[in-house]
Write a protein that binds this ligand. Structure first.
Ligand SMILES: [Zn+2]
Length: 192
């Protein structure tokens, strides 16, 4: 499993031979499609994608190129999980967040537990790296957030806006944050 900005973006990059195998760095080539996935977005929204499958010309391994808006092995889109994490960073508890998002308490509690302090620090570090790469001025701004998670999401959001402006991209901020974190907004492995 590899995380890409969007199906269209991955398709173009794949055809141009611009995506390298994560295992051996050789070029990936188009190799059919993975099963269609549908996840729940914010409100009543649904996101559906049929991810590309690619095969490495070097080691023959195949990889699914998952659009960053979806989340691996979860029924909810990155924008939903991200909104829950941002609400937690702002001080809300899981019951309040679950009610606001229209999700079961247990689901939201499970997400929030997947961001222990070491993972919040990792998200923060990704935020620093991407902000530095895209617009270092973001790092000079005051940090109004009391928590590591809040700082991290704040930097990732700043980096996402800088990416949109610099690359004239219409990918939504949470999709870009999903891309910047390689699908690891929550801790845990991408592969089953
Ligand atoms: Zn390979």
């Amino acid at each position: 499993m590899m995380i890409v900005g969007s199906t269209e973006q991955a398709e173009a990059a794949l055809r141009a031979g611009e995506i390298a195998c994560p295992d051996c760095s050789a070029r990936l080539r188009p190799y059919g499609h993975a099963r269609t996935r549908t996840v729940r977005g914010l409100g009543d929204g649904r996101l559906t994608a049929r991810p590309r499958r690619a095969r490495c010309q070097g080691c023959d391994r195949t990889h699914v190129l998952l659009p960053a808006a979806l989340s691996a092995r979860r029924a909810d889109a990155v924008e939903v999980i991200g909104t829950a994490l941002a609400a937690k960073a702002a001080g809300s508890g899981y019951r309040t967040i679950a009610a606001r998002l229209g999700r079961p308490f247990s689901t939201v509690r499970r997400w929030l537990r997947r961001v222990p302090q070491p993972h919040a620090r990792w998200l923060y570090e990704q935020g620093v790296q991407h902000a530095f790469r895209l617009d270092p001025d973001i790092l000079a701004r005051p940090k109004p957030w009391p928590s590591m998670l809040g700082w991290g999401l704040n930097l990732l959001a700043g980096a996402a806006l800088a990416y949109q402006a610099r690359l004239d991209s219409d990918l939504p901020p949470w999709t870009l944050i999903g891309l910047f974190t390689g699908g690891h907004l929550l801790s845990g492995p991408l592969r089953t």
